[in-house]
Design a binder for this molecule. Structure first.
Ligand code: GLN
Length: 391
């Protein structure tokens, strides 16, 4: 047997974790973040929202089901690096066409295995998500040289990354069956399952590049506008915020997910801030204040919109509501404008690895486009045909 190549993860505060090279050997830099998801590593790795992030999996065994040709959320792996405890030596799944290790190597993704991911996660929880590097193979340099590269790498705060991941050309995802609605979806890093979830509800989805104008959107003759998930700091997304205001002025029905929630929040006049270590996983609770119900959700965000649970606030487009929050820490998980047809969530109703509690939000978007009344928000009770995260 060949001996494994030693690798080291160097954090910007000087803490190091030793292991062995996994995937490609070499060097990589990014923000180190942890995901508590037990399943769905292929969807995680190919989610464009993870661009420039080194992902740590808290689940100790990774790679058991290999890699398949069906579950990619985009055309490539986006994570900057990958940290695991105990990679599967023999993948086993009827859909697998290769191992995770082989796919990481083929796409040049530098990883590290054999890391005490529990200690690393506790460290990130205490100190916050921070810059890091994975180094293996020849020319890794001394510890000082590695640390120097890490502390001179770009911060996630202030990073404008949606332009790196948006589609170069517009494309259309046809509705399944009869077309009920047409939606213009702004691609800030959209995941493949999002248009799929809309198409399943009779929506024809026109996916547009980030730098689209309001005229480009109107040319689609849309029944609604969608703002996708995406990487980077929402405080930099001025262009998308301006476009969203133009959509709100025209009272076009609007739905946003994750980065889209942060952009709607900014368009409504709210600020965003960087969380200490964010929410990443597939078992994160969210409370819908209008029904009191809790949904278990998939999440992947490091920034959040300012606000308090259940808060009503004034905006240039009339009053709005912090409609959802996370009971773990009180952060904003959803917004709804009360006078213009717009709502958004910080979590992922499209989550392909599940859970599916939040999937009915796509039905709410259809209702909004059909001009059906929103749930009875003022009453704060489950009155009036309850739909939404908790259904
Ligand atoms: N998944 C997303 O859309 C993430 C949004 C943003 N980049 C964040 O980290 O908060």
């Amino acid at each position: 047997m060949t001996r494994p190549t030693p690798a080291v993860l160097v954090l910007e505060d000087g803490r190091t974790f030793h292991g062995e090279a996994y995937g490609a050997a070499g060097h990589t830099l990014g923000e180190v973040v942890f995901s508590t998801a037990m399943t769905g590593y292929q969807e995680t790795l190919t989610d464009p929202s993870y661009h420039r992030q080194i992902v740590v999996q808290t689940a100790p065994q990774i790679g058991n089901t290999g890699w398949n040709d069906e579950d990619d959320e985009s055309g490539r792996i986006w994570v900057a690096g990958y940290v695991v405890r105990d990679p599967a030596r023999v993948p086993s799944n009827w859909r697998a066409t290769r191992s995770l290790d082989a796919e990481l190597a083929a796409q040049g993704i530098v990883g590290i295995a054999g890391v005490d991911t529990r200690a690393l996660t506790r460290h990130i929880r205490e100190r916050g998500a921070m810059r890091a590097g994975i180094f293996s193979g020849p020319n890794a340099g001394t510890r000082e040289e590695m640390l120097d590269r890490v502390v001179h790498s770009p911060l996630m705060k202030g990073a404008d990354l949606a332009g790196d991941v948006t589609t170069a050309e517009r494309y259309v995802v046809p509705a399944h069956g009869e077309r009920r609605f047409r939606v213009a979806a702004l691609d800030l890093g959209i995941k493949a399952n999002t248009p799929r979830m809309m198409a399943a509800r009779g929506i024809e989805v026109h996916v547009l590049p980030l730098r689209s104008s309001i005229e480009d959107i109107l040319a689609v003759e849309p029944d609604g506008v969608f703002l996708s998930n995406g990487p980077g700091d929402p405080a930099t997304a001025d262009y998308a915020v301006g476009l969203t205001r133009q959509v709100l002025e025209r009272r076009l029905p609007l739905f946003g997910i994750c980065f889209g929630n942060q952009i709607l929040g900014r368009a409504l006049g709210r600020g965003t801030y960087k969380m200490r270590y964010g929410h990443r996983g597939i078992n994160i609770p969210v409370v819908d204040v209008t029904t009191g119900r809790v949904a278990i959700t998939a999440q992947n965000h490091g920034f959040a919109v300012e606000g308090e649970p259940g808060e009503r606030f004034d905006t240039p487009f009339g009053p709005a509501l912090v409609s959802h929050h996370c009971p773990n820490d009180g952060t904003v998980e959803g917004l709804r404008a009360l006078e213009v047809p717009a709502f958004s969530v910080q979590y992922h109703p499209e989550a392909a690895a599940g859970p599916h509690d939040a999937a009915p939000l796509f039905d709410d978007f259809c209702d909004l486009m059909a001009g059906l009344p929103a749930r009875d928000l003022a009453a704060g009770s489950p009155a009036g045909g309850v739909k939404g995260a908790g259904r």
